[in-house]
Design a protein around this ligand. Structure first.
Ligand SMILES: NC(=O)c1ccc[n+]([C@@H]2O[C@H](COP(=O)([O-])OP(=O)(O)OC[C@H]3O[C@@H](n4cnc5c(N)ncnc54)[C@H](O)[C@@H]3O)[C@@H](O)[C@H]2O)c1
Length: 254
């Protein structure tokens, strides 16, 4: 028996990184996973990996979730697969970095859209379905950057957007409670994913600066973030809502 047996879970950003790891972990725990990404081929690979692992997953891709109409269609298509939704796992994001004052207005807007619009749009369209089902769980992936400033790389939009995700999660918890909806944020520290590989490349001094801020002196593996999400999505976490969990190797502890 899995902790998520029979739960219908929409995970965004399942083309790689934490979303791919989440698809595998949630399916192993018995969830019926529906995964969406802007990258169709990468998303199909995740569906294949989950099925080969013995799990159940349906892919909906390509979908650009910064577009409200595509976010709405993704949710409606996801609901149609098994007739409802129990968990919305807002994991997809895209972000840009750069120092003040040169960080461009275009990159600011793209980061706010990629990190704050996506979880709002998906949640907005999923909400009536969760209410109709008598409740559910919303998991929002934020970042340690929503709690502390970060020097490497310079991250003005990333900090603002993720503080927004944490704040939005509290509000969703408040408005969702009477419908049986729990909303929880997870704030990872540095994680080894395609995103961190893309942003840092072979810049070893940046990697060293980032790991130095953690107490554990390393990046996380995606599974180390996702295991908490699986617990928070389960009925074992039934008294947890409105909270933000740092999974950051101690980076925000000092
Ligand atoms: N990697 C880290 O160090 C780190 C640290 C803190 C927080 N996070 C957060 O964790 C979450 C997952 O990040 P990751 O590191 O696995 O990133 P990733 O880039 O490896 O994966 C994100 C996925 O989202 C998809 N995506 C991007 N834009 C999209 C769009 N417009 N519509 C649909 N899908 C889109 C990408 O194609 C990708 O598959 C994000 O919310 C990120 O902000 C990551």
């Amino acid at each position: 028996m899995g902790t998520l047996d029979g739960k219908i879970v929409l995970i965004t950003g399942t083309g790689g990184g934490q979303g791919r790891a989440a698809s595998l972990v949630f399916a192993r725990e018995g969830a019926k996973v529906i995964g969406s990404d802007i990258l169709a081929e990468a998303n199909n690979e995740t569906v294949e990996l989950v099925r080969r692992d013995g799990g159940g997953m349906t892919g909906i891709a390509p979908m650009d979730l910064t577009d409200p109409e595509q976010a709405r269609r993704t949710v409606e298509d996801a609901v149609a697969v098994h007739g409802g939704l129990d968990v919305v796992y807002n994991n997809a994001a895209v972000q840009y970095f750069g120092p003040m004052p040169d960080f461009s207005v275009a990159d600011w807007r793209a980061t706010i859209a990629g990190e704050l619009d996506i979880p709002f749009f998906v949640t907005k369209f999923a909400w009536p379905h969760l209410v109709r089902r008598g409740g559910g769980v919303i998991i929002n992936v934020a970042s340690e950057a929503g709690m502390i400033a970060g020097a490497v790389p310079p991250m003005v939009a990333h900090t603002a957007a993720n503080a927004g995700v944490i704040a939005m999660t509290r509000q969703l918890a408040l408005e969702g409670a009477r419908h049986g909806i729990r909303a929880v944020a997870i704030s990872p520290g540095p994680v080894l994913t395609p995103a961190s590989r893309r942003d840092l490349g072979d810049d070893t001094s940046a990697r060293e600066a980032i790991t130095a801020k953690t107490l554990l002196k390393r990046f996380a593996q995606p599974e180390e973030i996702v295991e908490l999400a699986a617990f928070l999505a389960s009925d074992r976490a039934s008294y947890i809502t409105g909270a933000n969990y740092a999974v950051d190797g101690g980076a925000t502890a000092w």
